[in-house]
Write a protein that binds this ligand. Structure first.
Ligand SMILES: Cc1cc2nc3c(=O)[nH]c(=O)nc-3n(C[C@H](O)[C@H](O)[C@H](O)COP(=O)(O)OP(=O)(O)OC[C@H]3O[C@@H](n4cnc5c(N)ncnc54)[C@H](O)[C@@H]3O)c2cc1C
Length: 336
């Protein structure tokens, strides 16, 4: 039996058989992660599981617990850099065709599945004349990933209007957590530490003016179209950009640009010439290339200002736990 870096069990035939019993038809083997990820980077995952109900998600979690198996939950992988060597654990995917129900009640109450595509979700909320999530209109990803990351723009996060979230925990228990229990912070939440599957959430939005909300969304999309690279694959902002750091180094994109790093290339990866907080895949980038550029930016900023730049983007090692990408970059390149 092979164990991972974290003493978890790597995928084997017993795990696959039990997963196939738990999720009929929802188990795929040897899936090229490059095809799952926004970065278009990554080797083969041994197994990808797509549960289609909370019950099957619970069965998956019980199976993983029984085998003490290594696993990671993903949405559309718009914030994850996969390993060139693939993944020897179980990838649980909540996006696209599963968990995509959406319903509305009086009082601005919205119940939404974690697999919903975020721009589609936001458009539906605007259509109802409800305000509070327009800021997320241009964010590619599934709602579950957005909740876990407390993603958003314009200094807002999706957790602001969240009432509760439904999860399947590591024991396979279905639980409903109130907003306070999620401990939402800047691009962070307590959910990240729980290793759970988010299956859905309830939000409460205030009534707004539909026309105004439409215009706001349109302006935001135009703004983002001008500011951010759109043609080449990326994972959005590489480094966390929280207001408290602005007084020390300014926004990370500007700080990296001031180093003269815009356009810097390593293999197939490039610090975007358009926005220096984006690292784009120019065609055949490897995870190693992206991690190298992350290391270069971090060490130059550290040298210049003593500031420890941290990543928003996550890295998934082939036999380990998901982590902020700079932790992997440090591990690989610290001694250069
Ligand atoms: C071009 C571009 C622009 C972007 N702009 C923004 C932006 O403006 N603001 C912003 O906040 N982000 C932005 N992002 C980053 C990314 O889109 C968000 O973080 C998004 O919410 C991630 O959703 P996802 O479904 O892709 O999650 P993934 O990338 O698949 O996963 C992200 C995290 O959530 C966890 N996760 C995902 N789904 C679940 C689930 N159902 N249950 C439990 N855990 C789960 C994963 O384990 C991982 O820790 C951008 C990305 C790109 C490529």
């Amino acid at each position: 039996m092979q164990a991972s870096e974290t003493n978890k069990q790597l995928v084997n035939s017993d795990i696959i058989k039990d997963l196939e019993d738990a999720v009929l038809g929802g188990v795929r083997r040897n899936v090229l992660m490059r095809d799952l990820s926004w970065y278009k980077i990554g080797g083969n995952a041994d197994v990808v599981v797509e549960p289609d109900s909370t019950l099957s998600a619970a069965a998956v979690m019980r199976c993983l617990k029984k085998h003490n198996a290594l696993f990671t939950v993903i949405g559309t992988a718009s914030n994850i850099l996969f390993d060139d060597a693939g993944y020897r654990g179980v990838l649980i995917k909540i996006a696209d065709n599963n968990f995509n129900k959406l319903s509305f009640e009086d009082g601005g109450i919205v119940r939404a599945g974690a697999g919903l595509w975020v721009p589609h979700y936001v458009r539906n909320i605007i259509q109802l004349g409800l305000e509070g999530c327009v800021h997320a209109i241009g964010i590619p990803g599934a709602l579950g990933g957005l909740i876990i990351m407390n993603g958003g723009s314009q200094r807002k996060g999706i957790g602001d209007q969240l009432v509760d979230v439904t999860i399947v925990d590591k024991d396979g228990e279905v639980r409903v957590l109130k907003q306070a229990e999620c401990e939402f912070g800047y691009r962070s939440s307590a959910l990240q530490r729980m290793g759970c599957i988010v299956t859905g959430a309830t939000f409460r939005y205030a009534r707004g003016d539909k026309g105004k909300l439409h215009n706001e969304a349109l302006n935001l999309l135009v703004e983002r179209g001008k500011k951010f690279p759109r043609k080449l694959p990326s994972c959005g902002s590489v480094f966390l950009s929280y207001p408290e750091m602005y007084e020390i180094i300014g926004p990370p994109g500007k700080a990296i640009e001031d180093l003269g790093f815009k356009g810097k290339i390593r293999g197939g990866a490039q610090i975007s010439p358009l926005h220096a907080n984006f690292i784009v895949n120019t065609g055949d980038a490897k995870a190693m290339d992206v991690l190298f550029l992350i290391h270069e930016c971090r060490s130059a900023i550290m040298k210049k200002s003593g500031f420890d730049l941290k990543c928003e983007v996550r890295f998934l090692p082939s036999d380990g736990e998901l982590r902020q990408a700079h932790l992997q970059a440090d591990k690989l390149y610290r001694d250069l």
